[in-house]
Design a protein around this ligand. Structure first.
Ligand SMILES: C[S@@+](CC[C@H](N)C(=O)[O-])C[C@H]1O[C@@H](n2cnc3c(N)ncnc32)[C@H](O)[C@@H]1O
Length: 269
């Protein structure tokens, strides 16, 4: 496999990868994640929450529907423009000619929502958020020094005792027991073959994604840094968070070796 640059994520999230993400997460899952978040973030209605990275805002909207103010940050221009267009539609209501909004959100049921095109390594806010979350497997896109910038930025952006919830399927205890060098997945109209190599010296998984849709093939490369669960907790603690709880599912089951998902609930000390 070719050498993958450490900043691969700056040129990965556009076109087909976004189409795949849009189709991969069922609405029910987004709703269950929002329910979980509003429970563990422990914030009063009207609190201001940070969703980073927010993608197209699927979770920002679902959380905002539950009475919170939400700000989303993401590096993908395409996703942020989509999120901004969705929030404009929510504010103004569906066009008169359309059968209805594709967001199942009423204009009067949504609190304030705002999207920023930006990099999670440089969150420019100080003590303004009551809570924050990083969902959708986005923890581990970056090497340690960049993760440190991200976590310090989240800590700075939160008010004292604000909670931060991380969800990832890429913790070492989740990924390594099931590691496969090649797999194939069909999601909607996209077939994805994933070729992976575990780079033990760096504790990284280098991946080639080969997408096939309507007879057209496209290849993209990504790199995931594999942090152990203890390491994730140490990183959070070093950035000024206290660990509150670890879960292995949205139902708050304990996290175990081989669990597909890890949820870490922490609080700004
Ligand atoms: C798999 S998506 C998850 C999005 C969202 N959290 C969700 O659950 O729907 C990963 C997102 O991370 C964003 N991303 C990757 N690197 C980033 C960075 N350095 N700063 C901000 N966003 C980034 C991508 O643009 C993409 O939208």
């Amino acid at each position: 496999m070719k050498q993958i640059p450490t900043n691969w994520f700056e040129d990965f999230f556009h076109g087909i990868t976004l189409d795949l993400w849009r189709q991969a997460i069922p609405e029910k899952q987004t709703q269950a994640e929002a329910e979980f978040l509003t429970k563990v973030l422990n914030c009063k209605a009207g609190a201001h929450l940070l969703d980073v990275p927010c993608g197209n805002g699927r979770l920002s909207f679902e959380v905002a529907k539950r009475g919170y103010q939400v700000t989303g940050i993401d590096i993908s221009r395409e996703f942020i423009e989509e999120a901004q267009a969705s929030s404009d539609r929510v504010r103004t209501g569906p066009p008169a000619t359309a059968g209805g909004s594709d967001l199942a959100v009423g204009t009067d049921s949504i609190a304030q929502i705002n999207f920023i095109l930006g990099d999670m390594r440089s969150i420019g806010a100080e003590s303004i958020y009551d809570g924050a979350f990083c969902f959708g497997n986005s923890f581990g896109f970056m090497p340690y020094a960049d993760m440190e910038k991200f976590l310090l930025g989240v800590a700075r952006a939160l008010k004292a005792r604000g909670r931060f919830v991380v969800n990832t399927g890429m913790a070492a205890e989740s990924v390594l027991p099931h590691f496969e060098e090649q797999s194939c997945h069909e999601v909607g109209d996209i077939t994805t073959t994933i070729k992976e190599r575990y780079n033990a010296e760096e504790s990284c998984i280098d991946s080639e994604y080969i997408f096939e849709r309507n007879g057209q093939k496209e290849s993209r490369f990504a790199k995931h840094w594999i942090y152990t669960t203890a390491e994730i907790q140490r990183m959070l603690e070093r950035a000024g968070f206290k660990i509150i709880e670890l879960y292995g599912s949205l139902k708050c089951e304990p996290y175990k070796l081989g669990a597909e998902e890890l949820f870490v609930v922490s609080e700004r000390a």
